[in-house]
Design a binder for this molecule. Sequence first.
Ligand code: BTN
Length: 258
Amino acid sequence: MMNAELIGQSLNTRALGKKIYSFETLDSTNTFARKLFDEDSPHGTLVVAEEQTAGRGRQGRRWQAQKGKNLLFSVVLRTPFIQERARILPFVGALAAADAVEQLTHCSVECKWPNDLLIDKRKFAGMLIEAVTQNDVVTSVIMGVGINVNQREFPDEIKSKATSLAEHEENDIDRIQLLCRIMEELEQRLEQLRQFSPQVLLDDWKRRTTMFGSRITLTEQAGQSSGKAIDLATNGALIIENETGIRREIFAGDVTLG
Ligand code: BTN
């Protein structure tokens, strides 16, 4: 069982996770984190649940995960540079989680735009990043992370596309150790974002993807289209090229390879 005290004891960070809320069951860690009053959620506040009854994914989807086997958490981010550089945060989160997983397992992790993590082309982690505003000013950004860790069975509708870390390891993974490693990596990556050009992070992310040069199908609110993934723009947008060679930048959407 993951509880706030055990997590706090293993966490080796300067600012992140100094305040931790842990729950056995919650509607959604992102929803809870959004509702915290400012004074209850200093920068780095961590919300963890063993189970979510209304876990949310990107594009209005649900995030389903078996109770007690996975990582379901949200981190409240509140420093001024985070608002300016909000578009880079998906890459920050993806890199922190990918690096932590590779340090603690034998898995080799690939990134898919904007913030999916894959092993052998199957997704094992996703992120939902939401801005909280007051009078049109962003007061914080909630980074919600879902990682399939020790779950070994998946519902039929996602079976062919989903995986977990345990499916690639002999033994179950220590979830507290993994969570703490991710928080430590996240702290370092945020420091990198504060000090350097976002390009440094985007370049690290690009080294972790095989999608560029490949044909993709893009699903946006406006519908589906196909093309070739070309590169990341400096603002984190995905540059795609259609059959007639016209390029455009995508800020929100879902990519299927092939
Ligand atoms: C996606 O790939 O669509 C994003 C999935 C994000 C899921 C996590 S689980 C913890 C946090 N709380 C939520 O309701 N969603 C995020």
